[in-house]
Design a protein around this ligand. Structure first.
Ligand code: PMP
Length: 302
């Protein structure tokens, strides 16, 4: 993973020189907020998928963590596009990060500056190409999703991801691809970096957003599925409802639409990508690659 330039506080810096001080507040306490965005190659050039919504969520995350961001949303949006151009990126991943830098170390972030960076790089399927076609194996994590009053689920805060790291390490060491976390009451929440959908008798379900990140792919899928004529409902469920679902899949910027073929050694449906998942996945990729006029407003061309 490497590209040429990284945008740092308004300047394009060589990839290898994009460094921070070891006393950076965020390095010690996780006091940063970030985004994960994808750009796709289309017939009319590179397009960023739902850039506006990602920048809105980034700024909301900053607001929740009480950061005064020294750029407007429009400036940030332009900086994302400039970074893509500077790296001649055709398709890949975009990682804006706004973090508390170095002034003094102590838990209070208020005296530390708010620094901003944007990195981009070429990136294929997060869980592998085969995962998109065949589905992945998952397990219910022994780690509960962070309790709703412990931090914020609406904000994509760096420190929150220690919870995801524990769940992901446990999943990998157990020989599966990804974890599904329950909340402290035992209700299904999400993956370490993905929202979860399940399908029973033709109806598509997903979790309400109170206990999970408001995924932008999740929102896209709800819109796409409704437009395709599927019924979509939000529902709190326990793990066993996933075991007996006809199809289960993850959604996320990195994971895109990844079918789940196994959870805790239970085969899901036929043990492969299900037909509704396949329909939605195909539509999602067609939209992201600019092949569906109806959704062109979701694309920001470079
Ligand atoms: N949940 C978590 C915990 C995530 O990190 C992500 C990735 N940002 C998602 C869900 C999916 O969100 P999105 O579709 O906006 O990428």
């Amino acid at each position: 993973m490497k590209a040429e330039k990284i945008w740092m506080d308004g300047k394009m810096v060589d990839w290898d020189k994009a460094q921070v001080h070891v006393c950076t507040h965020a390095l010690h306490y996780g006091s940063g907020v970030f985004e994960g965005i994808r750009a796709y190659e289309t017939e009319s050039g590179t397009a960023v998928f739902r850039l506006k919504e990602h920048i809105d969520r980034l700024f909301n995350s900053g607001k929740i963590l009480k950061m005064v961001i020294p750029y407007s949303k429009e400036e940030f949006r332009q900086a994302v596009k400039d970074t893509i151009k500077a790296n001649k990126l055709k398709s890949g991943y975009i990682r804006p990060l706004i973090y508390r830098g170095f002034k003094e170390l102590g838990v209070s972030p208020f005296k530390c500056p708010v620094n901003c960076t944007i990195a981009v790089w070429e990136w294929g399927a997060y869980l592998g190409e085969e995962a998109l076609a065949q589905g992945i194996k998952t397990k219910i994590s022994s780690y509960a999703r962070i309790y709703i009053n412990s931090t914020s689920q609406k904000a994509k805060i760096c420190g929150n991801y220690v919870n995801s790291i524990f769940a992901k390490m446990e999943a990998i060491e157990a020989g599966v691809d990804e974890a599904i976390l329950l909340d402290t009451n035992g209700y299904v929440t999400e993956g370490s970096g993905e929202n979860v959908f399940w399908i029973r008798d033709g109806v598509i379900y997903t979790t309400p957003t109170a206990t999970v990140l408001e995924g932008i792919t999740r929102d896209s899928i709800i819109t796409i599925a409704n437009d395709m004529g599927y019924q979509v409902q939000e529902k709190y469920i326990c793990r066993d409802e996933l075991y007996i679902s006809d199809e289960v899949f993850f959604s996320g910027t990195a994971a895109e639409v990844t079918p789940i073929r196994e959870i805790d050694n239970y085969q899901i449906g036929e043990g492969k990508r299900g037909p509704i998942t396949e329909n939605i996945q195909k539509k999602f990729f067609d939209i992201a690659k600019g092949k569906e006029d109806k959704y062109l407003t979701w694309l920001d061309y470079i």
